[in-house]
Each structure stands twice: as C-alpha cells, then as structure tokens.
Ligand binder design. Sequence first.
Ligand SMILES: C[S@@+](CC[C@H](N)C(=O)[O-])C[C@H]1O[C@@H](n2cnc3c(N)ncnc32)[C@H](O)[C@@H]1O
Length: 262
Amino acid sequence: MSPFNYYDHIASIYDQTRWMTESIAEEVADYILEWVDANPYTSFLEPGVGTGLNVLPLVKRGYSVTGIDISREMLDQFSRKLEGIPRNLTLIQADASQLSFPDNSFDVVLTVHMVHTVSHWQKFLAEIERVLKPGGFYLNAQWITPPARMEFERHFKAILIQESSPQSPPAKHPRINVENYFRRQGYRPHYSIAKTWWVSNTVVELLSFLKARAYGLCWHTSDAAFQRALQAFEAFCLEHYGSLDAEIASAAQFEIWSYHLT
Ligand SMILES: C[S@@+](CC[C@H](N)C(=O)[O-])C[C@H]1O[C@@H](n2cnc3c(N)ncnc32)[C@H](O)[C@@H]1O
C-alpha cells in the first residue's frame, strides 16, 4: 500500500494519535498572524493540510485558507470540524506537487510535516515560490516530537527492524535541505519556536497508537513481522517503564522556518 493512501486509513484516528491540540493551535495561530503581519485580507495555503489541525483557527477567524491534500479521508475529517465548508475555506483533493494556482496567489504558504512526502521536493518548493505573492512568507513548520515519545518510538523501531530484516530494509529518504534551497533563491531564513507545551501519555495509550499503525514507521512491514514486534515491544515496555500504566511526559515544540524575500 502506498504511504500516501495510508492517511486514508488513519484519518479518523490521526488527531488523537498526535500531540497538537486545538488550544495549542490557537496560540500558534496568534504567533503566525503576528509574524506575517496579517491583515483581514491575508490569504493562506497549506499543501498537505490533512485534518486541518494547523489552519483551523485561521479559518474560524475568517482568513482565506486553501488546503490541499491527496487524501479524501483527511479532508473529510477537516470539514467535519466545521459542520460544512465556510466561504473562506477551499479544500482541494489533489497531489500538491503541482499547484494549480496562478503565480502570486497567496500571502502565506505553510507546510507542516509535508515536504518529505512529495516525490520531487525541489520542484515542489519551486511551485511554492511561484504561488507566493511578492513579499509573501513561506513557513516550513513541524511539531517536534516530545523526546520521551521519540525515545519510545526509537525502542520500538529497533525491535521492528530486528523482526522484519532482512526482507524489508528501512525505506531510504532523499536528503532534503529546504533552507539551502531558499537561501540560494535569495530568501532570508528565520528560525523560531512558536510554542512549547507539555505532552503526557501512558505507555498503554502509546502502544494502542502503534497497534493502530498510526505512524509512518509502522507502514513498511509485513503484518506478521509487525505483530511479532508489537509482542516483543510490550514485554520490553513492562520491563523498561515498570508498568503499562506509567506516564511518559516531555515537552513538544512547534518550530517554524520562515522564508521571506527582502
Ligand atoms: C504528516 S501529515 C500532516 C498533515 C498536517 N499538515 C498536519 O500537520 O497535521 C501529511 C499529510 O500530507 C498529505 N500528503 C502527502 N503527500 C501529499 C501530496 N503529494 N500532495 C498532497 N498531500 C499530500 C497526506 O495525505 C497527509 O494528510
């Protein structure tokens, strides 16, 4: 199954298996609006918009938002949050590698956990540049995984590799350097943390997310190897964390690389 289609399968559990909440998204929206010096006519595009976690506050505040996603199910989850699609929101099901908009269409283009999913990242960035208005902002963001959760996933990944090798070596990703790309185009990069917040889950809860195969690291393994890895990992967790009810807590961050032509 293609990893892109996989989002159709996990759309209904996507939000609960992540660590971004509506109230955090509201605070991040405040930060973004101030950073880009928004006015009521500022327009936003989010390719790979998913369930709308990042831009929902902008839509609710009346900004013009366009979201593109290859997954119909992810987009449906987004529209369900709004009881119908308001006039200031356009949702398009399409491959975002080629943006079907005229040049200079948007004031702000936002991508979150997205650039690594397109097949030709340089072409994609060139498209972003093309549709940005002069003086517009490209914001390449991610919610950094809380370290305790990252450690949990690392342990699982090690067991998964043991259980699945040598049949399915881990997928290789191209080296993507968005900063270099935009620097070469003359953009001024700026890094900031828009928000830091505390995330806490029990081990059993995190295990349930893995069982639902909610993350990319769970997608490239046969069912049999995956089940073996889960069993071995549950035993590991009992020993490592002392109990499946143990809380794992650490800080998440919303980081933004902003690119702006000066
Ligand atoms: C990790 S999710 C991120 C969703 C959202 N940006 C967020 O931060 O919650 C990646 C999203 O990109 C979408 N996607 C992946 N490749 C795509 C492509 N080539 N064109 C459009 N959407 C794509 C997936 O369907 C998925 O909804």
